[in-house]
Write a protein that binds this ligand. Structure first.
Ligand code: SF4
Length: 825
């Protein structure tokens, strides 16, 4: 059955009064160009947390790109709404909508969630309910979308089995197209038929065709019918060298998010074998990307988007065979744009000595190490193959490179941990600090409570109780409370406890999630929203004992995720578990013997794939940018359209930096650590206003024709951002100060604009001190026309507050107004 696409949700008129409306307006750079239609199979990719977190997620961007490249499929996106939008949607009975086309969730064919973190699961229920989709799979009919979920959380799907129609186990690149093809072919089938067809695809688990069985030892899952697989085998994506596996240019948000940078996956998988790490097990084998392809991709993305920072991603980036030549090449290319590189924790000993001086430039001011445990014994228990000597040497090297600040990650509550190991954390931090108390400016230590995860050697291990976690963490925290250079932070044990319950939960935990959601749980990953008591009460109310999911599991017991085949054999996990008891380490199979984890039997892997790049041997010189003293100034006049009115002044400034970076103009950069183009901006435009004649001033190293400057700036601008004019200012910056603005307020509705003529009698209370302000002191001229009013006023005072409080317009009325700054003078 083809789905009727309804009208988009009319949300614009309500956005004015939301905290950060820009996160619901779409308008990012490099979004899809095709519209959702009845002809295409329409996906909405859902990230169950706020936009600021979800917009950085690479997996979602990859699936978005794959689906939108295909002529028969389309994909939009949706992120969890914040409290203010939740309230608004409920109050006005507006369904949650996709960010680009503003289509209600219930009008899509497929809603695809990514499962990155157990504490975001209540947000899935929230988004379904706000999207006006029944929460439980069994309550949905043919007219409802199919709800699909993938990502690391899908490796134990059972806590969400009641809510999700189909899970994708493993890499999504190939299987997403198989799923889409299958659903397109079965578009006219009943829901059950579609699900049965999906269950035939390798890596797809349809929980409705399975049930939970329980015996004295525990719960496990069995199939209800013969025509679905007994075990679901994960999917592997191996074509990393295929140019089609590149998904650039990446979406570039206009608003501030947690990590505003494109992420380039240099390698997937890790065989180091840390026994606590689920990603290290379920993302095997190692698959490296070709360095030349990566470089081309990065260069292309930079030239289109002018990123100020890029990030290279991998579980263990130091293991990428071509890391040194890759970084050298990037160092060669990036000075032009002053783009910096963000790297996850690095092993500094993986670089040869000739590279060390250049590395300092790359790493910036902070280096991160993840010893995880404080003693060698415990590091051997968890198979973290790093010695204290290596850590100390790395810190010494970093100091010689000019790095002064360090981040250290530890876990507490690891199996076999004693108070000696907690003291070991203290000793290791002290030893690092003692290398040079004077030169070290900061050591930020982050301590996380250990959470046992499915499909790892520690899946059978008990989690510590909250009090004991706190006792161990506070030993470290109190020890350093007088040292201002050492800052100890820790992850809340209460959150880690609920994370552990869900991570090893069975279908009954789904009832706890639902009950917690019903009693108000949402946005639980955020400390400010998480309420531990609510979860405890939810479990008590439905008589589920959470302790059952926190204790040690005897290895002979069945596990709720035994029907999910991650490719890594259970015998291997168990042998690693045993070796941890005996404090025996296991070598990384990339450098040592195969430990028969099972992956190579399943995937014809390229675990030993390494690129012998000639460039590794080449010594390449880094171009040192020449200091140019002479500067030439250009005033750039631009218009900011209605569709960008919810992008704040700061966010527009960041966008302008990007436009200037990618323009290839001979731009003058600021000096210092965080170098950026030298730009001065015009007076800020309030959030919610369009601008007809805004401006910024750039400094160039050479004189250029206006036309040339305009052409270079004019490429790949976001919708609604128009460059109107380039005015050379000669060799000195324009020193004009702006104090006034002309605003135009218009509306399609019938508005009595004459009331604005009475402004002289109006006043509002403004500012933190609620000072009484008379509009006659701010307004200089008001002209009323049939469909609009022009107000010339001094800069300052929020026009929305004036409209609401001085002229008595309701918020909904104001939402229908178009407000534009015509001029500043
Ligand atoms: S099967 Fe052996 S070589 Fe292959 S990934 Fe596992 S441990 Fe490494």
């Amino acid at each position: 059955m083809q789905r009727d696409i309804v009208q988009p949700v009319d949300i614009e008129k309500y956005l004015y009064f939301l905290k950060k409306p820009g996160r619901y307006t779409g308008n990012e750079l490099n979004t899809k160009t095709k519209q959702i239609s009845k002809k295409t199979l329409n996906f909405v990719l859902a990230f169950p947390d706020l936009y600021e977190i979800g917009m950085s997620h690479l997996g979602l961007k990859i699936l978005y790109s794959i689906l939108n490249k295909h002529p028969d499929f389309s994909a939009d996106r949706v992120y969890a709404p914040d409290e203010d939008l939740i309230e608004l949607l409920k109050e006005k009975n507006i369904p949650l909508f996709s960010v680009e086309d503003k289509i209600p969730l219930n009008q899509f064919d497929i809603v695809g969630f990514t499962l990155q973190y157990e504490l975001s699961y209540t947000n899935i229920l929230l988004m379904l309910e706000l999207g006006q989709i029944p929460l439980k799979s069994k309550e949905r009919g043919d007219s409802n979308p199919l709800i699909i979920a993938g990502g690391p959380g899908a490796f134990n799907p059972e806590p969400l089995a009641d809510f999700i129609d189909a899970f994708v186990i493993g890499d999504g690149e190939d299987v997403i197209l198989e799923i889409a093809d299958c659903l397109l072919k079965n578009r006219d089938s009943k829901r059950e038929g579609k699900l049965l067809a999906l269950a035939q695809i390798q890596g797809v688990y349809v929980p409705n065709f399975y049930k939970q069985a329980v015996n004295k030892k525990g719960s496990y899952v069995i199939r209800l019918r013969e025509d679905v697989p007994e075990r679901i085998t994960r999917r592997f994506f191996l074509n990393f060298d295929d140019p089609n596996s590149i998904h650039s240019p990446q979406l570039r948000p206009l608003t501030d998010i947690v990590h505003r940078r494109p992420s380039y996956e240099v390698m997937r998988g890790c065989t180091r074998g840390c026994r606590f790490c689920q990603a290290g097990m379920v993302y095997r084998p190692i698959r490296e990307r070709d360095m030349k392809m990566l470089l081309e991709d990065i260069e292309n993305d930079l030239s289109l988007n002018g990123w100020e920072e890029i990030s290279l991603n991998s579980l263990s980036i130091s293991d990428y065979s071509c890391l040194q030549p890759l970084l050298l090449s990037l160092l060669d290319k990036l000075p032009e744009t002053e783009t910096s590189i963000s790297l996850p924790s690095l092993r500094l000993d993986s670089f040869d000595d000739t590279f060390q001086p250049k590395l300092g430039k790359l790493l910036g001011n902070t280096v991160t190490f993840a010893p995880e445990a404080g003693t060698q014994k415990l590091r051997d228990v968890i198979n973290k193959n790093i010695t204290e000597e290596e850590i100390i040497n790395s810190v010494k090297k970093a100091l010689t490179m000019g790095i002064r600040s360090f981040k250290l990650y530890f876990m507490v509550g690891l199996p076999e941990e004693t108070d000696e190991d907690i003291k070991g954390i203290i000793q290791l931090i002290e030893e690092i600090f003692e290398i040079s108390p004077r030169r070290i400016s900061k050591i930020n230590v982050s301590i996380a409570p250990f959470v046992p995860k499915s499909h790892t050697p520690f899946q059978w291990v008990a989690q510590l109780q909250i009090d004991e976690f706190l006792r161990r963490i506070l030993i470290v925290k109190h020890h350093f409370h007088e040292n201002r250079k050492i800052n100890i932070k820790y992850h809340t044990p209460e959150q880690s406890q609920i994370e552990a319950v869900i991570a090893r939960g069975d279908r009954s935990v789904g009832r706890v999630i639902l009950q917690a959601y019903r009693s108000g749980a949402k946005l639980d990953a955020w400390d400010s929203s998480f309420d531990h008591e609510r979860w405890i009460e939810a479990a008590e109310n439905i008589e589920i004992d959470l302790r059952a999911f926190l204790g040690e599991i005897p290895p002979e017991n069945p596990l709720p995720w035994d029907h999910i085949d991650s490719g890594v054999k259970k015998e291997f996990l168990f042998s690693e578990y045993r070796r941890s008891h005996e404090v025996l380490t296991t070598q990384d199979c990339r450098n040592g013997a195969c430990s028969h984890c099972g992956i190579c039997e399943n995937s014809s892997p390229k675990y030993s794939q390494k690129y012998n790049d000639e460039e590794r041997a080449e010594s390449r010189k880094i171009k040192i940018s020449q200091e140019v003293e002479q500067r030439f100034f250009y005033k750039i006049k631009y218009a900011k359209g209605d569709n960008l009115c919810f992008i704040s002044h700061r966010e527009i400034s960041t966008l302008i930096y990007a436009i200037v970076r990618k323009s290839k103009l001979p731009i003058y950069y600021t000096k210092g650590f965080n170098r950026h183009p030298k730009i001065s901006f015009g007076p800020p435009l309030s959030l919610g206003l369009a601008g007809r004649e805004e401006f910024f001033i750039i400094s160039l190293k050479n004189v250029l024709e206006k036309r040339e400057v305009l052409e270079k700036l004019d490429e790949n601008l976001p919708n609604g951002f128009v460059i109107n004019e380039v005015i050379p200012l000669g060799s000195a910056s324009e020193k004009k100060y702006y104090t006034k603005e002309l605003l135009r307020i218009s509306s399609n509705a019938c508005i009595s604009w004459n009331k604005f003529l009475e402004y002289k009698n109006k006043s509002i209370f403004s500012g933190r001190k609620e000072k009484l302000i008379y509009l006659k002191d701010f307004f200089e001229d008001v002209k009323v026309f049939s469909h609009h009013v022009d107000i010339q006023k001094k800069l300052g005072l929020n026009i929305f507050q004036i409209l609401e409080e001085a002229f008595g317009f309701s918020r909904e009325q104001i939402g229908t107004f178009s407000i534009e700054r015509i001029k500043i003078f």
